[in-house]
Design a protein around this ligand. Structure first.
Ligand SMILES: C[S@@+](CC[C@H](N)C(=O)[O-])C[C@H]1O[C@@H](n2cnc3c(N)ncnc32)[C@H](O)[C@@H]1O
Length: 285
């Protein structure tokens, strides 16, 4: 693929994009800018990317439009399969066993970070319902976050087209957890009630988000700079309980994960556990 040198005009909009959401536009994919922003530029008659960047600096609405256009929201139910198999066959039964003797028995907290239009958190909810026959006696909380308001609106609504529903769900799961509405499918309340959806920018601190047993943060950090990615995973490590688990995308490999996580393989999935922090030696005075 041909690599273009970004002009200063393009560098300005690339800077704005990275400051807004952390996404670095690859030099080999500069054609994406025309694809994602061409229509907006023509509609609002911006003469250049530099002008678009200038106007975006203090226009919240325009910033939101830029985020909506630059984010790649590709997702599907039970994406990559192996993380769900590892959870179902090995890791969740272990966590469930461990939780039956803790201070908060029967409580599980999961986070679908960068959840896009909701297929990932609904897959987690389906898997938990299928694994726990007495699920209603558990306190299950799934948090689903994304920067895109369009994605969160669809996720909250839980309405999917035939095409979306055909990607990853078995016919049995479809009929057990969705109902047909015209040409679309709506998720049933028993799944939706397990999930809380929120708009969240992962560049910002995770104040008040709480601690999780399991975090899925897949196919987001691949778009970030090394520095933003290291910071993101370090902050995620802080939000995991001691025996918590992090899943990243199947195509993702980040050499710098080992600073805060140790790596395990289960059912062909790679799983990350937070390393225990060594307390700072304050000296003996
Ligand atoms: C490719 S999708 C991944 C969806 C799902 N995790 C999966 O793997 O199928 C990436 C998502 O990251 C979201 N995203 C991008 N930048 C973000 C940021 N700074 N904070 C939160 N979400 C962000 C996008 O809106 C998009 O929905």
């Amino acid at each position: 693929m041909k690599t273009l040198e970004p002009t200063t005009d393009i560098v300005d909009i690339m800077d704005v994009i990275e400051q807004l959401c952390g996404i670095q536009v690859d030099n080999r994919k500069l054609y994406l800018l025309e694809h994602r922003f061409g229509e907006l530029m023509r509609e609002a008659s911006y003469s250049s990317y530099a002008e678009l960047a200038r106007c975006a600096r203090d226009d919240r609405g325009l910033q939101q439009q830029i985020v909506e256009r630059i984010t790649t929201r590709e997702t599907l139910f039970f994406r990559d399969g192996s993380p769900f198999q590892a959870l179902q066959h090995k890791l969740l039964p272990e966590i469930i066993d461990a939780r039956s003797t803790t201070r908060f028995p029967r409580r599980l907290r999961l986070w679908s970070a960068a959840c896009s239009s909701g297929q990932e958190p609904y897959s987690l909810a389906i898997m938990i319902r299928e694994l726990l026959p007495d699920v209603d006696r558990w306190d299950i909380q799934i948090l689903a976050s994304d920067i895109s308001s369009t994605a969160i609106a669809q996720a909250k609504q839980g309405v999917y087209s035939e095409h979306e529903i055909s990607r990853g769900l078995s016919p049995a799961q479809l009929h057990r957890y969705f109902r047909k509405e015209g040409s679309q499918w709506r998720v049933q309340d028993k799944l939706r009630s397990m999930i809380r959806f929120e708009e969240r920018n992962f560049l910002q601190p995770f104040n008040t988000v709480g601690l999780f047993d399991i975090v899925f943060c897949r196919n987001l950090a691949i778009y970030f700079s090394d520095c933003n990615r290291r910071d993101l995973f370090s902050r995620i490590a802080d939000q995991l309980v001691d025996d918590g688990l992090l899943f990243i995308g199947a195509q993702e490999y980040h050499a710098d994960m080992s600073e805060r996580f140790s790596m395990e393989q289960h059912c062909r999935a790679t799983v990350y556990r937070p390393k225990k922090r060594i307390p700072q030696n304050r000296g003996l005075g």
